[in-house]
Design a protein around this ligand. Structure first.
Ligand SMILES: Nc1ncnc2c1ncn2[C@@H]1O[C@H](COP(=O)(O)OP(=O)(O)O)[C@@H](O)[C@H]1O
Ligand SMILES: [Mg+2]
Length: 374
């Protein structure tokens, strides 16, 4: 990333809440990242890992303990020089989980609100009208301006919240689990809508979610957070196919775990692993490990293919033997559970996959689809 393309830079950010009981102190321990202009960047992680705290620090709703936050050439916060730009002068657009639409106002007035209360300048009435109309048009609510905000569906309220967030053409759009109050179908619809909107107006966006499919589908880049720290940043494919540790492998997508110990390190970043339940496999080893050290191997269900035991495996492919325990037809896929030497292994087959409960099968997966972690 060239320095001139950076829209947001967060360095050495920390905001720790006093420990209120058992467990780790809350907040964010350490966050570092930079976003390119126009990027869709997602903070992904389980509840309580520090996503909202990070976003609130960027928004100016929380004062960090330390670190710097820069937008373009402007310093928003710098713990060393005690620089801090007020939240309402940062001019970011924000949408939170509870989208806080004002029920006593019309749709138009809800969207116009940030313009009417702006502290840094006064907007002429004609400008307000055209800016609000454009924002409503962007979220596909043209013509809804006069409607009372209470007479809207959940999805429409969500759009109003979005329109209000983008009406001033913010440099940064901050979205904290904005879809989590919607039902599943609507959530998927709004997901597409969000991406379209973000690309259309080209606004640099930080999106917070605990939903890995949402993150994978929407983002240019994802930062996975665990216990107040960013543990991996990468493109969705990167995160999914090259998780840096067991936590990421487990949290993003689904995975099977095979337990064993390291037999030997091989050339090309590969490792030979002896499985606890018998057999040997070859897999990728992202971290250095010691011979005979205990480890676990992540294999995605869709990386595995089932075959007749008598046919030959493909090159550079592991083969284990198992027995079909469950074969669940799910429409687009068939989900199998295979007993592999006492270990249940999930496998996704096509809708017409031809194995039945009780069948003896070969369980094949490429060397490079499996990853060993300590
Ligand atoms: N105002 C606060 N006071 C004390 N602890 C807080 C406060 N806000 C958040 N926390 C704690 O900080 C941790 C991270 O919270 P949060 O950033 O909201 O996580 P996430 O958004 O990833 O679910 C949690 O353990 C939470 O309980
Ligand atoms: Mg949160």
């Amino acid at each position: 990333m060239r320095a001139t393309d950076i829209m947001l830079e967060v360095r050495n950010l920390q905001k720790i809440y006093p420990n209120t009981g058992a467990g780790l102190p809350g907040g964010v321990q350490q966050a570092d990242f930079a976003l390119e202009k126009g990027a869709f960047f997602t903070l992904l992680g389980p509840s309580g890992c520090g996503k909202t705290t990070t976003l609130r620090c960027i928004a100016g709703l929380e004062r960090p303990d330390r670190g710097t936050i820069r937008v373009g050439n402007d310093v928003m916060f710098d713990g060393d020089s005690r620089t801090e730009v007020q939240v309402n002068l940062r001019l970011f657009g924000m949408v939170f989980q509870s989208y806080a639409i004002w029920p006593h106002m019309t749709v138009f007035e809800n969207v116009a609100f940030p313009l009417r209360v702006a502290k840094d300048r006064k907007f002429a009435s004609a400008d307000i009208t055209s800016m609000v109309d454009r924002a409503l048009d962007t979220v596909s609510l043209a013509g809804f301006g006069k409607r009372s905000a209470t007479r809207l569906s959940g999805g429409q309220q969500q759009r109003v919240a979005l329109a209000r967030a983008i009406v001033r053409q913010p440099r940064l759009l901050l979205l904290d689990e904005p879809l989590s109050n919607l039902d599943a179908k609507l959530r998927e619809e709004m997901r597409n809508e969000l991406r379209r909107l973000q690309q259309q107006i080209g606004v640099t966006t930080i999106y917070v979610t605990h939903d890995q499919t949402e993150a994978l589908e929407l983002s240019d880049r994802i930062a996975v957070m665990q216990d107040g720290r960013i543990v991996q940043i990468g493109a969705p494919r990167d995160i999914y196919f090259n998780p840096c540790n067991a936590f990421v492998a487990q949290f993003v997508g689904s995975t099977n775990w095979l337990y064993g110990s390291l037999e030997e390190a091989m050339p090309g970043g590969l490792a030979k692993v002896r499985l606890r339940n018998g057999g040997e496999i070859v897999c990728v080893m992202p971290q250095a490990m010691a011979v005979s050290q205990d480890l676990r191997v992540s294999v995605r269900p869709e990386a595995i293919s089932l075959a007749a035991p008598q046919c030959h495996p493909a090159r550079e492919t592991n083969r284990l033997r198992g027995k079909v325990v469950l074969a669940g037809f799910m429409g687009n896929i068939t989900r199998f559970q295979i007993d592999v030497g006492g270990v249940p292994v999930q496998v996704y087959g096509g809708p017409t996959a031809a194995y039945a409960v009780g069948d003896e099968v070969a369980v094949d997966f490429p060397f490079r689809s499996a990853r060993a972690f300590d």
